[in-house]
Each structure stands twice: as structure tokens, then as C-alpha cells.
Design a protein around this ligand. Structure first.
Ligand code: ZN
Length: 226
């Protein structure tokens, strides 16, 4: 178990290592990719447009092209709770493209740049937690006062919630046994598909998501104040 101090030291060491070894020009380019994507943001309510650029670096054996960049933008909604942040959109694009399914090594998500124009924008609490699921040590790239700034997610969310690893694996095992094989077996056993039950499940999920969205920022703030 890492104590708070150990984690802070580890996070600082990570940032120093990135500053020493990473190609700062590449991180700067990543920031400009986020800034460029920003023009596609849909933010009619807040007019606060955000762009993100996620750098995915597969290992040598991967079938993926090297240094693939996935961009994202914030997408607002008249039902405010349904709004998506740029960072989560970028991750969703990468994951829906199959990034997690390839042999991409332990840390495919190298860095994510966030641009909100002149103002420096750091990922919100929900996005910090969202990213910590896949990349707890990802480098966060922003720009303030004309300078590229490098941080580590561990610095922004040192006490992130992580589901017990064994539970996580158990959940993944259940999910994989429910999804892929179910599709193959569907032709043989159509009775196993509970079509009538689906609308109920959708309603429950929507309510749960809204409740979680309302609670999450307070919890994160409490954690940051601790
Ligand atoms: Zn966010």
C-alpha cells in the first residue's frame, strides 16, 4: 500500500521523468491537436469549448500504428447531466476503436492534452476518475501563460477509487461470458434473450447515471480538501 506521501513523491518523480525523457515537442504538438479539435466542440449553453487529444502508444508487437492520437470535444446537452467532457469522449473513441483488445502493452495511454483556449483547463473530477480506470499514471498536458504544463494524473487524483482488483477481474469475466458467447449462441437459443426486460434495464441505468453524476463532484471535492 502506498501512503499519501509515497504517492505524491511517485507522481512528482513521474513528472520529472516525463520532462527529462519525453519529447516535449511531441507533447506540445499533442496540445495543439487538442486546441485544433476544440473548434468542433458543441457548447451552446456554456460557450466553454474544450478540446482533448489522447496519445496512444502501442508496444513494438502491436498491430496498431505507433503514436495514434484520438481527439475529443465537450458535447453539451439540454439535459445538462447528459453532457460529455472532451477527455471522456477521446477515451471513448480510443476504447470503442478496440484499443483495449489489442496487444498494446501495459500503458497504452501515454498522455492527454486539454485545451480550453486562453484559459488553462484541467480535467474535472468525473474525468479524473474516468481516466484513472484505464491510465492512473497518464501525463496531463495543458497550457498556461504561454507555457506547456505537464502533470501526472496521480497528482490530480491521488486517492482515486479503484474497485478491488479481484472483483474487477470477476466482473470482466462475467461480462465477457455474457457478451461474446451470447451473440454466438443467440441463433440456437433465442429464448435466452430477454427482449421484454430490456426497456426496464435502460430506465434504471439512466437514473443511476444521473444520480452518480450529481454526487460525483462533491465527493471529489471532499477528497481534494482532505
Ligand atoms: Zn470532465
Amino acid at each position: 500500500m502506498f501512503g499519501k506521501k509515497d504517492k505524491a513523491e511517485k507522481a512528482e518523480a513521474k513528472v520529472k521523468k516525463v520532462q527529462k525523457t519525453a519529447n516535449m515537442k511531441k507533447l506540445e504538438d499533442l496540445y495543439y491537436a487538442a486546441e485544433d479539435a476544440r473548434k468542433n466542440a458543441y457548447a451552446p449553453y456554456s460557450d466553454f469549448k474544450v478540446g482533448a487529444a489522447l496519445l496512444v502508444k502501442p508496444n513494438e508487437d502491436s498491430v496498431l500504428p505507433v503514436n495514434k492520437i484520438y481527439t475529443g470535444v465537450n458535447i453539451e446537452n439540454g439535459s445538462y447531466g447528459a453532457t460529455l467532457c472532451a477527455e471522456r469522449v477521446a477515451f471513448a473513441k480510443a476504447i470503442s476503436d478496440g484499443i483495449l483488445g489489442y496487444d498494446i502493452g501495459e500503458n497504452p495511454f501515454v498522455a492527454i492534452a486539454v485545451s480550453a483556449g486562453e484559459e488553462e483547463a484541467l480535467p474535472c473530477g468525473i474525468c479524473r476518475q474516468f481516466m484513472s480506470e484505464f491510465a492512473p499514471e497518464i501525463t496531463i498536458v495543458t497550457k498556461a501563460d504561454g507555457q506547456i504544463r505537464i502533470r501526472n494524473l496521480m497528482q490530480l487524483l491521488p486517492e482515486s477509487f479503484q474497485l478491488n482488483k479481484e472483483e474487477k477481474e470477476a466482473v470482466a469475466a462475467v461480462e465477457s461470458s455474457c457478451s461474446a458467447p451470447a451473440a454466438e449462441e443467440a441463433a440456437e437459443e433465442p429464448a435466452e434473450m430477454p427482449a421484454a426486460a430490456e426497456p426496464e434495464l435502460v430506465v434504471e441505468t439512466a437514473e443511476t447515471v444521473l444520480e452518480e453524476t450529481d454526487d460525483a463532484p462533491e465527493k471529489v471535492e471532499e477528497k481534494l480538501e482532505e
